[in-house]
Design a binder for this molecule. Structure first.
Ligand code: 0WD
Length: 262
């Protein structure tokens, strides 16, 4: 018996076994959820398919979230396959590599547009198509980072995109609450993945956060556990929230001075 028995959900953003989305998928599968997977491009198919199959999934579809027609097509298939949905996980972000380092003021117009489109607007586009399949209510979850709130050098335009994403969570929660659909985000501490490797200086920041946070660095499994709560029935009236899964990093105002060099 699992707490997700009989629940069907779609997971966006598994790129490989290190993806946070995969940590979430495993946690939900352990609780009995029926999972469908959507991946970004053909080149990911051979990575995502065996992972999805290992948790018993038979719905594995490509969808580039910058393409409305592709999203429409995907949700038509969701309807045919499941006839309804209980939850959706958005674990997607992208910004051009040249905009994830150096000075924020040098962000290009195109880099800004792409980052906001893929990392933020896509949640709106997916939510709109998911709603008709959640007539009994449901739950949505997105992934964010502390760089939305406080300056994190090199995170740059992605910090701005995450700030927009966090505001989007609240506006969606307002709209969709009337339909008994909850919308929340997890603000995770840094985890080594394909996406994070693209941020300049990531390795050092992982070490720094690990040394400052009361409970050190977090794992994909830690995020998966929180996702179980937020997507499941125990979080029945929790909506519009950004929940930290960061080992407590966000509560710190300064690192322990003895740990600093000099
Ligand atoms: O430290 C970290 N890794 C943190 C990540 C800390 C806090 C938050 N996050 C967020 C990310 O910003 C993102 O929203 O978690 C989410 C998942 O990121 P991840 O697990 O770190 O990274 P990854 O495994 O690379 O998955 C992100 C995926 C893409 O991977 P690649 O590497 O191929 O860009 O987002 C997907 C894609 O699978 N993606 C898209 N999906 C559909 N359409 C698109 C697109 N156009 N672009 C990227």
């Amino acid at each position: 018996m699992g707490t997700f028995d009989g629940k069907r959900g779609l997971i966006f953003g598994v790129a490989n076994k290190n993806s946070i989305a995969w940590g979430i998928a495993q946690a939900l599968a352990e609780e009995g959820a029926e999972l469908g997977f959507s991946y970004a491009g053909d080149f990911l198919q051979k990575r995502v398919t065996p992972l999805a199959e290992s948790v018993g999934s038979s719905f594995i579809e490509e969808c580039d979230v910058t393409n409305d027609a592709a999203i429409d097509e995907l949700f038509a298939k969701v309807g045919d396959h499941y006839g309804g949905l209980d939850f959706l996980v958005h674990s997607i972000a992208f910004a051009p590599r040249e905009d994830l380092g150096g000075r924020f003021v040098d962000t290009s117009r195109e880099g800004f547009r792409v980052a906001l489109d893929i990392s933020c607007y896509s949640l709106v586009a997916l939510a709109k198509r998911a709603i008709p399949w959640m007539p009994q209510g449901g739950s949505m979850l997105a992934m964010t980072y502390y760089g939305a709130e406080k300056v994190t050098p090199n995170y740059n335009v992605m910090g701005v995109a995450k700030a927009a994403l966090e505001a989007t969570i609240r506006y969606l929660a307002w709209d969709l609450g009337k339909e008994q659909v909850r919308v929340n985000a997890i603000s995770a501490g840094p985890i080594k993945t394909l996406a994070s490797a693209g941020v300049s200086g990531f390795r050092k920041s992982l070490g720094y956060v690990g040394s400052v946070a009361p409970m050190g660095n977090v794992t994909q499994a830690d995020v998966g556990n929180a996702a179980r709560f937020l997507l499941g029935d125990w979080a029945q009236k929790v909506t519009g929230e950004v929940v930290y899964v960061d080992g407590g990093y966000n509560i710190m105002g300064a690192p322990e001075m003895d740990s600093l060099e000099g």
